[in-house]
Design a protein around this ligand. Structure first.
Ligand code: HEM
Length: 553
């Protein structure tokens, strides 16, 4: 306990408050004179004032908080913003969210129950409008599509990686976005191009099958996520650069792109720009990572250019014919507002395709395989469909996939039950626009919480149950996953910014699952049942990645 020094006679004595109290009780007659003749009185006066100061400061803080509560709520009303939790001065709701120590994708579900289908979160300087209702999502993305088709401003770190928003996913709604997106669709997704590149999937999936077989032999089980990541990443790298490269190089690219996603995830200064000077180290690290990303992809770009322009192919890594790789189209692209693209832009645009197509598809494969491991009857039904279609050992061709309605139902049910992203990418209104009776100001972050739609019992019966049959003869029949007619599940978004490569993503998922189920029976690892806990890692994934035993059929 803190001691009090009291001058007594010629010397100073130390007392604890308790000993002073005992002294007063025992010698009340000499305590008062002593009080006057020592430093005790000034000490007590000082302490009382300190206490008063604290009291006044505390009281003032409470008053400020109450005033802010009223002001922030009435401020929102004045601007006609949707309602939302009252926040603190300057930081808004940021601290409340941080204190929850969970990713905000998991908190929004609870806020939805309190604040309804559309609400506002004030995250520091960033205003976020969260839309959770299927009708409002349809109104914003489809009916008022162009108005909500833009993206909010990028943070300084994101601008480094997007070379000033020169990427399809981050470009504002306008001519640059239109040129880049149209080019990607023509060069990667058209049926002719998909058919032309079928050999890439065959090559990558054959490697995949050999790899999982030997992994199970060595370890006794297969890790679904890491293997599928490697396979899908190798397909996308080959689609982008037309090159077959070693597994080691694929892993290096994959790991750098994962780091890029980590470093570009929102950080404190994105919400409170005033803190930017404190985060100089992060910016330095981001620039160093960008340098590594360029160094890693530049040789592929250089080799491809030499192949396209001079027919050179010294190490024989260029395998796609000229014109069949995504990058070939970028060499000649000159978006009106930007001029010819350079190495930085090539790196950004190819990285975008690899990153956007890997995590999403792999997450879906992992959740689908989890369900097949857990529900053996579903797996058996799927296996029978595959055997009926191509035979026990028959080659599964891409066109065969269209003849497998149960496979389609399994993948749709996986996307419904476990949408890889619980939100779409952030949208922004191009001008102040009305939504749900509120005014959404231009430029604020508009976040569409699409995971709730597929959990909503008013839309789906037994939404928590994994039941692929619902897509064959139940509430899933005729569902439009592009959300154009109505929004009942939109794993790829809807409207202008809908994922431009959703059919390619589905093709990769379907092929991988079909091949894996045709060759092996997937069962849980004995004494280690799969753990269903989910966590956020750009997509919502299994916290403990799925491990399964594979038995040859
Ligand atoms: C299962 C697989 C996939 C899922 C679930 C998925 C999901 C999504 C979602 C939700 C969006 C945001 C839509 C919005 O903001 O409204 C998106 C955008 C995008 N996706 Fe995908 N995606 C998948 C596969 C792919 C693949 C394979 C590629 C590339 C080859 C790709 C490239 C893109 C791009 C470039 C955008 C930005 C579009 C824009 O802003 O205009 N995605 N995707």
């Amino acid at each position: 306990m803190k001691e009090i020094n009291v001058q007594m006679g010629g010397g100073t004595n130390s007392f604890t408050p308790h000993s002073l109290y005992l002294f007063y009780k025992t010698y009340p007659n000499i305590f008062i004179p002593l009080l006057y003749s020592s430093q005790l009185l000034p000490f007590l006066v000082k302490k009382t004032m300190e206490f008063m100061d604290l009291f006044v400061i505390g009281f003032a803080l409470i008053l400020i908080r109450l005033w802010w509560r009223r002001w922030s709520v009435s401020g929102r009303k004045r601007k006609n913003l949707p309602p939302g939790p009252p926040g603190w001065p300057l930081v808004g709701n940021l601290i409340q969210i941080i204190l929850q120590r969970r990713h905000y994708v998991f908190i929004v579900g609870e806020l939805r129950k309190i604040y309804g289908p559309i609400f506002t979160l004030q995250m520091g300087q960033r205003t976020m409008v969260i839309v959770t209702d299927s009708k409002l999502i349809h109104e914003a993305l489809v009916q008022k599509g162009p108005a909500f088709a833009s993206r909010p401003p990028d943070s300084p770190i994101r601008l480094v990686f997007s070379v000033g928003k020169c990427a399809i996913n981050s470009a504002e709604y306008g001519p640059l976005w239109r040129t880049l997106r149209k080019n990607m669709v023509t060069e990667l997704i058209t049926p002719t191009r998909v058919k032309q590149c079928g050999w890439i999937r065959r090559w990558a999936i054959d490697n995949h099958m050999k790899r999982i077989k030997s992994e199970c032999f060595e370890k006794g089980f297969v890790e679904v996520m890491s293997n599928s990541r490697l396979t899908i990443c190798s397909i996308l790298i080959c689609l982008c650069f037309g090159a077959k490269i070693s597994e080691e190089r694929i892993k290096k690219i994959e790991s750098i792109l994962k780091d890029v996603m980590l470093v570009t995830s929102p950080q404190l200064p994105d919400f409170l720009p005033i803190l930017t000077p404190l985060f100089r180290r992060q910016m330095k690290e981001a620039k160093a990572l960008r340098k590594r990303q360029i160094e890693c992809l530049a040789p592929l770009i250089k080799n491809r250019r030499a192949f396209v322009e001079k027919g050179e192919n010294p190490n024989q890594e260029m395998v796609s014919p000229i014109g069949a790789a995504y990058i070939d189209s970028l060499f000649g692209l000159e978006p009106a507002t930007r001029g010819p693209l350079g190495e930085e832009e090539y790196v950004t645009l190819c990285s975008e395709v690899i990153s956007a197509g890997t995590d999403t598809s792999t997450t879906t494969v992992e959740w689908a395989m989890l369900s097949l491991v857990m529900y053996q009857d579903v797996q058996e039904k799927l296996y029978q469909e595959i055997v009926n279609c191509v035979g026990k050992d028959g080659d599964i061709k891409e066109e065969d996939i269209e003849k497998m309605p149960y496979l389609e139902a399994v993948v749709k049910e996986t996307l419904r039950r476990h949408p890889p992203g619980h939100f779409l990418l952030s949208h922004a209104a191009i001008k102040d626009t009305e939504l749900g009776g509120y005014t959404i100001p231009a430029g604020v972050h508009v976040e569409f919480y699409t995971a709730w739609i597929t959990e909503n019992p008013d839309i789906w019966s037994d939404p928590g149950k994994f039941r692929p049959e619902r897509f064959l003869n139940g509430d899933g029949v005729g569902v439009d996953i592009t959300g154009t007619r109505a929004v009942t599940m939109v794993p790829f978004g809807a409207g202008r910014r809908i994922c431009p490569a959703w059919n390619l993503g589905i093709l990769h998922i379907n092929l991988l699952i079909a091949k894996m189920v045709q060759a092996f029976k997937w069962v849980p690892v004995p004494d280690a049942p799969p753990d269903l806990t989910q966590t956020y890692s750009f997509t919502v994934v299994m916290k403990n990645p799925l491990k399964a035993v594979i038995l040859p059929r």
